[in-house]
Design a protein around this ligand. Structure first.
Ligand SMILES: [Mn+2]
Length: 312
């Protein structure tokens, strides 16, 4: 898998979510079991849900690193393959394990590359362990279960595949954890916005894309209720305008997603985005945001129609 004997740094995307952190952690163990020198790092500050998962499983979070901080070693990307979401340099990538759409990453040499349309990267890590007949510890099973719960919203997201469901039940057994109870704790932690500014909330789960030559960004925030976002709607618009300017983004959208009812409050940053949002999603206009029904996934339901609108 590796081109030489350099240490392999396993890393998920920037604005890390639970799946990107836990899949990196367990996949680094997988590589070690294959005789490689490997460690996982986190590409930014972990969110409250991820912190809950690590304290629940009594494990320390891997080291947080910023872009350009790692000078040695090669990168194995998990849970992303888009370099704009990565801290890795193109010529230092030795592998990709992911469930997002291909984003045209080009490398100088042949690398390990595996993408499958499943609900989480954690699902793929467990699949690879099963393929190798590798043992999984109780704790590793707990982490991968958390990755599946987080990305599939406890198997309720439209991204959920049959394998996610099968593995969820297997991992639940091995980890000796009740998935639904774990999910409830995780979602509660996810919905805790105390001590966070609106800018931090918008940037907490934030992805930048290039659609039709335009820099388009979509922030999402998942919560068990959306009252907070309704109350803060004016301040959210201000935060979006600020972020758009600071990051020199052509179009910026923010979706607050109710993970129970799977409705979303969709905020366009400014007038241009408002027109786009109206045309693309046809949601109910609530003044500062649109109410979109049956929306739970940026990857499957928000990014693709916007990509299509802007011309790819
Ligand atoms: Mn993921």
């Amino acid at each position: 898998m590796s081109k030489n004997t350099e240490e392999i740094i396993v890393v998920g995307h920037k604005s890390p979510d639970t799946d990107s952190v836990v899949s990196a952690l367990v996949f680094a163990n997988f590589l070690k079991q294959e005789g490689k020198e490997a460690r996982s790092v986190v590409a930014g500050d972990a969110n409250k849900e991820t912190e809950l998962v690590f304290s629940f499983l009594k494990e320390k979070l891997p080291e947080t690193v910023k872009e350009d901080e790692i000078k040695k070693g090669e990168f194995f990307l998990v849970d992303h393959n888009d370099l704009s979401q990565s801290i890795a340099k193109k010529d230092k990538i030795c592998g990709v394990l992911d469930h997002h759409l291909l984003s045209g990453v080009k490398t100088d040499e042949t690398i390990f590359f595996r993408i499958e349309p499943v609900g989480s990267t954690s699902t793929l890590v467990y699949k690879m362990m099963k393929e190798r007949g590798m043992e999984i510890s109780e704790k590793e099973a707990g982490f991968l279960l958390a990755g599946i719960i987080s990305d599939t919203l406890n198997l309720n997201s439209p991204t959920t595949s049959c394998e996610d469901v099968d593995f969820y039940y297997e991992l639940q057994e091995i980890a000796k954890i009740n998935g639904s109870e774990f999910a409830e704790k995780m979602f509660e932690a996810k919905s805790d916005f105390s001590g966070k500014s609106l800018k931090e909330i918008v940037l907490g789960d934030f992805k930048e894309y290039e659609f039709g030559g335009k820099k388009v960004a979509i922030g999402v925030c998942e919560a068990t209720s959306l009252g907070y976002f309704e109350k803060k709607k004016k301040a959210i618009k201000d935060a979006l305008k600020e972020i758009k300017k600071e990051k020199q983004i052509d179009a910026l959208f923010f979706g607050a997603i109710n993970i129970i009812s799977q409705n979303a409050y969709f905020f366009p940053a400014e007038e241009n985005e408002e027109k786009v949002a109206k045309e693309v999603f046809k949601g109910e206009d609530k003044g500062d945001f649109f109410l979109l029904e049956n929306i739970a996934s940026r990857k499957k339901q928000i990014a693709p129609p916007l990509s299509k609108y802007y011309g790819g």
